[in-house]
Design a protein around this ligand. Structure first.
Ligand code: ADP
Ligand code: MG
Length: 500
């Protein structure tokens, strides 16, 4: 999708949002924090690095020492703008950083630098595919802010009852993407998150790895009588560390709210913590009002000015986004929706696939092999496309052997298995393992005839109308050729000779 988002717009709009729970409609709005893929922090030169020894990638600015001044990281702004532009947000020419005050051990400054009244991006939408239809989930805003440090409560680990503070994460650049309350079920929320994650990765804005805390989400949920236009009292859910926990926490919380309503209990606005093991949500703290944060513009930071030329530059550099790719795979390459979806979700996989097709593989064959064999290889090895010992050239060469029937499909799978182990040309592997298929008709004819001659009983049965004997005979042909006979040609020859 580009800013003008032509193809997303032309995509079909989904019908009615999915139904709620009995007489209740469900309303969900999401706040997603995504860590920006920068080298340094948002306001300091300390490295933005995951997994370092505690308190080693932090500096006086992140620690809030007296006398230091924050300096805004240009690259972080570029990445934030990239997300805003790609999602079709309105970018403010001037935006402002504010201090958000609260007291917590992992926030040494006593305030977090965020954007409040003047976020850099407003409006826009995340396109989400529900089956074949694309719905655009509207955004309220996107703002930039710095991450806080981490408190590590040691009780569970050493039983010492000590809490530790790690400030490595303090100051890591984030964007917070706030959706309108426009999602209607746990399923929709999860689809929205997947789509957003895929887009941020495509853009190179964030690695968005949930396990590393690079993509975190707070879920706001309420219910209201079906058909009502007024919003119900919302509950905010925290501690959701996977798509699965988002879905499960939502399902539980929705059921809890429905039960509350039906017993005439009041639902209170609060933050609830998802307890993964206990499989329930429990209250953590009453949510504070914005007033409690005593927001005010950060006097250490000048307003952020964005020139139109910079936005143009970003617009020009945007890649084709996942849903546009998906639509193109369906319309131009004739792929079925499922394959188009799977391949387009991951940019590296999509680029690998497209290159394979450019190198001459048929789009359908390449898609079949990508979604089955290739993905299987990746998941077995627990690796990404970039870590494969072969590239699209090798893959295309393999598919060419299969398409020209120089190897059988089974033979091609064996070759792929070898290619995954070490870098070797498919052709060379085929020679080394003697996998070249037997597709010479003359040769196959004498082989098939020999099989028929050796099985007079089966021949009789076949002539008596037992069609399935054909498969037995074909099996014999494959056995004699140790699987190398081209199955389609062997079948054709066998049929013909049986009928003579
Ligand atoms: P807060 O001030 O508590 O942060 P906001 O109005 O800023 O609340 O909204 C935060 C998130 O909650 C947004 O994603 C929004 O869509 C969602 N939200 C707001 N009201 C509701 C509601 N009644 N039900 C579900 N989600 C809601
Ligand atoms: Mg809010």
């Amino acid at each position: 999708m580009s800013v003008e988002s032509t193809s997303a717009e032309s995509a079909k709009v989904a019908g009615q949002p999915s139904a709620g729970v009995g007489p209740w409609d469900v309303v969900i709005g999401l706040e997603v924090h995504a860590q920006l893929k920068t080298d340094a922090k948002l306001f300091s030169p300390a490295p933005n690095a995951f997994g370092a020894e505690p308190n080693t990638v932090t500096c006086e600015i992140d620690l809030g020492m007296p006398g230091v001044l924050p300096v805004l990281n240009r690259r972080a702004v570029e990445l934030a703008l990239r997300a805003g532009v790609a999602l079709g947000c309105k970018i403010r020419p001037v935006s402002q950083f504010a201090r958000k005050h609260y007291f917590y051990p992992d926030l040494p400054k006593g305030y977090q630098i965020s954007q409040y009244e003047e976020p850099y991006a407003e409006g826009g939408a995340v396109p989400v595919a529900f089956g074949d239809a694309v719905r655009k989930i509207p955004l309220t805003r996107i703002h930039m802010e710095e991450d806080a440090g981490k408190s590590i409560h040691d009780d569970a680990i050493t039983g010492s009852g000590v809490s530790h503070v790690d400030l490595n994460r303090a100051g890591v650049p984030l964007i917070e993407i706030v959706s309108e309350p426009a999602l209607r079920s746990a399923e929709e929320a999860s689809a929205y998150l997947r789509s957003l994650r895929s887009i941020l990765r495509y853009l190179g804005v964030s690695d968005a790895d949930m396990e590393k805390g690079q993509f975190r989400c707070d879920v706001n949920v309420s219910i209201r009588p079906a058909g009502s236009a007024q919003l119900g009292v919302k509950v905010e859910l925290k501690n959701l560390n996977s798509f699965r926990s988002v879905e499960r926490a939502l399902e539980h919380e929705i059921a809890r709210q429905v039960a509350c309503q039906e017993c005439g209990e009041r639902i209170v606005q609060e933050t609830r913590h998802w307890d993964e093991r206990g499989n329930r949500t429990r209250p953590s703290r009453e949510k504070e009002d914005a007033d409690d944060y005593r927001y005010f513009p950060d006097p250490d930071l000048v307003p952020l000015r964005i020139a139109e030329a910079e936005l143009d530059e970003i617009r020009r550099s945007l890649p084709e986004l996942p849903l546009d790719k998906r639509a193109r795979y369906q319309s131009e390459l004739g792929l079925p929706e499922a394959a188009a979806q799977v391949i387009s979700e991951d940019r590296e996989l999509a680029e690998f696939y497209e290159r394979t097709v450019q190198l001459g593989a048929s789009p359908t064959t390449a898609a079949n092999w990508t979604t089955r064999e290739l993905l299987e290889l990746l998941s077995e090895g627990g690796i990404g496309v970039a870590e494969l010992p072969f590239g699209p050239e090798g893959f295309a060469a393999l598919l060419s052997l299969a398409e020209s029937r120089r190897v059988t499909p089974a033979g091609a799978r064996t070759i792929l298995g070898e290619m995954a182990k070490a870098s070797e040309e498919p052709e060379a592997i085929m020679q080394r393992l003697g996998l070249e298929s037997l597709s010479d008709r003359g040769e196959l004819e004498s082989l098939v005839q020999a099989v028929i001659d050796d099985h007079p009983k089966q021949l009789e049965q076949y002539r008596a109308g037992e069609g399935k004997v054909m498969n037995f005979l074909l099996g014999q042909v494959m056995r004699r050729t140790r699987g190398k006979a081209d199955p389609a040609i062997a079948r054709e020859v066998l049929l013909r000779l049986l009928q003579e």
